[in-house]
Design a binder for this molecule. Structure first.
Ligand code: FES
Length: 83
């Protein structure tokens, strides 16, 4: 069994799951950069921060992001995964 080096925990509760485009950006970026074995996107249950949807957390840095827009998602991916 193998585990990824980095994990993107993305809330899939009722509010956050309306922002499916964000998860799509991460999944496509992982594919584009050939990081399938290194980075995994994991859906998690509501984190009780619904007013700030979409909510996500990058591991192992334990860096949380809220109210993420599409352009921010690309920027965050670059900072948290590629750099
Ligand atoms: S639905 Fe994402 S924090 Fe509640």
């Amino acid at each position: 069994m193998t585990f990824p080096e980095k994990t993107i925990l993305i809330c899939d509760g009722s509010k956050c799951s309306k922002h499916k485009e964000i998860r799509k950006i991460f999944k496509e970026s992982i594919k584009t950069h050939g990081l399938k074995d290194m980075v995994e996107v994991v859906k998690i249950e509501c984190t009780d921060r619904c007013k700030h949807a979409p909510v996500m957390c990058f591991q192992p840095k334990n860096q949380w992001f809220t109210n993420v827009s599409m352009w921010q998602a690309e920027k965050i991916f670059k900072e948290m995964i590629l750099d």
